[in-house]
Design a protein around this ligand. Structure first.
Ligand SMILES: [Fe+2]
Ligand SMILES: [Fe+2]
Length: 262
């Protein structure tokens, strides 16, 4: 009997470039799957405009399970430099959330989101020491049986063929710190590619599993379909289902199982 919670991970909605039918199907399929929690790892909009955030908010309101959401680099203005540097989160905070660290906690789950965007590093992002300190403190209260997850927007690993430097600034340090404090899962987006990487280090006996979700509903596909991931943790391992939009539904493409322990 697996009484661990089931999670859905979606990313990079990019309202403004969305496929309306895929968006409606996504909401329907998430609600039908009835996960305990939905994780949305940023880039809700294409250009951080009010109308795009309103549409994103409508989608979030239609999702029945609770949602942990963080912003992506497209959720702060790019071309309007005054807005980008003086009040980059004005529209995100007005329509989506003004929580600095969105969290979700239950008997078997501790999830926290951090914002990896920077107006100065619009594309590559960065992780701040104060955010790492927050996360280490947040997870220190959870025992081994609790599945611990961090939600960020930028990728910690490059996609195959990409330059090794094309990941979040500070990614290596972040991986070591999160692994050390027992984090099982990192949920990320940004690349519009769906893949999983694992990380471990000597003297730490747990794996860190880094999930990259492609774009769930945007027409800006980078040679792959619209994706959502379904994550099924258990005491010893974590199953990840990759579901792609095909013939009017998000359908199982493949499943991978990862051990929580090294
Ligand atoms: Fe994106
Ligand atoms: Fe992004």
């Amino acid at each position: 009997m697996n009484d661990y919670p089931v999670l859905a991970h979606i990313s990079d909605l990019h309202f403004g470039t969305e496929d309306k039918f895929v968006a409606e199907t996504l909401v329907h399929d998430i609600n039908e799957s009835a996960p305990d929690l939905v994780i949305l790892s940023g880039d809700l909009t294409q250009r951080a405009r009010k109308g795009q955030f309103k549409k994103a908010k409508t989608l979030l309101d239609a999702i029945e399970p609770p949602v942990v959401v963080i912003p992506g680099n497209h959720d702060i203005p790019l071309f309007n430099l005054m807005a980008r540097f003086l009040f980059p989160y004005r529209n995100y905070e007005k329509y989506i959330s003004n929580e600095e660290y969105p969290i979700y906690q239950s008997e078997h789950l501790a999830i926290a989101g951090v914002d990896t965007c920077s107006p100065f590093r619009h594309q590559s992002g960065k992780i701040k020491q104060e955010d790492i300190d927050y996360l280490v403190n947040f997870f220190s209260a959870s025992g081994e049986e609790v599945i611990k997850g961090v939600v960020i927007h930028h990728n910690l690993f490059p996609y195959k063929g990409m330059k090794s430097g094309s990941a979040l600034k500070g990614a290596d340090f972040f991986l070591h710190e999160m692994n050390r404090c027992g984090v099982d899962l990192v949920f990320a987006g940004h690349l519009h590619r769906s893949f999983v990487s694992t990380f471990s280090q000597p003297e730490v006996n747990n794996h860190l599993i880094v999930l990259q979700a492609g774009t769930a509903i945007s027409k800006r596909l980078r040679k792959e379909e619209n994706y959502m991931l379904i994550i099924k943790p258990a005491r010893d391992d974590i199953a990840v289902e990759f579901r792609t939009f095909k013939a009017g539904k998000f359908r199982l493409r493949r499943q991978q199982i990862y051990s929580r322990k090294v």
